[in-house]
Design a protein around this ligand. Sequence first.
Ligand code: MD6
Ligand code: FE
Length: 230
Amino acid sequence: MTPPDAPAIDLFAQEPFRGERRRLPLDPGAVLLGGFAADIASDLIAHIHAIAAAAPFRHLEVPGGGRMSVAMTNCGPLGWVSDRRGYRYAATDPLSGAPWPAMPPALLALAQRAAAEAGFEGFVPDACLINRYAPGARLSLHQDRDEAGMDAPIVSVSLGASAVFLWGGQRRGDRAGRYPVHHGDVIVWGGPARMTFHGVAPLPAAASHPLTGACRFNLTFRRAGPARST
Ligand code: MD6
Ligand code: FE
């Protein structure tokens, strides 16, 4: 990803909390942890590039036809995939037939620390979806409902260019709040907020970040399979 020659207008430059270490409750069971991953963010991006070398980003087909504007790959035991037949988790990459790349310990540890910080102790994710947004890419409001157990939270890490996270309600028609998310921000939702509708507004044309160019990456950690007995 090559940054543009001319500095892009930074639409988020005026945003007062950019990069700040703060805690913003969104709802009971949901919190935005500003800057929580900032100190290891460049390592996380290096891991993303290594994972994508083995399991490339791709624009998945959706059941209704067409392809997602967000490019995706996965690491960990289970990966989220979509095709004409529907959405599901799979243990292997449909492109290669091979297992998804292993979840790097640094990613697992971050997800566990963030979940604990939000009040969800003992989170053991078995899936890490990696999203790549280019300008114009978006994710419309949806619930995450393809997981076997809904008792585990979701941990979502923003990297690179800033975006606007849409945080809705328990019904599709509920008005959604707009929350800027910056490099290193983490959002955790679970418990009473687990089924909240959420999405990402189209990445602005002027999106830019020193480490990722015009790209936003997002790591979404979930427990997709049954809880493993210990
Ligand atoms: C994000 N992604 O990219 C949030 N959910 O910031 C999601 O909420 C998501 O990318 C379900 C399936 C795929 C996703
Ligand atoms: Fe989602």
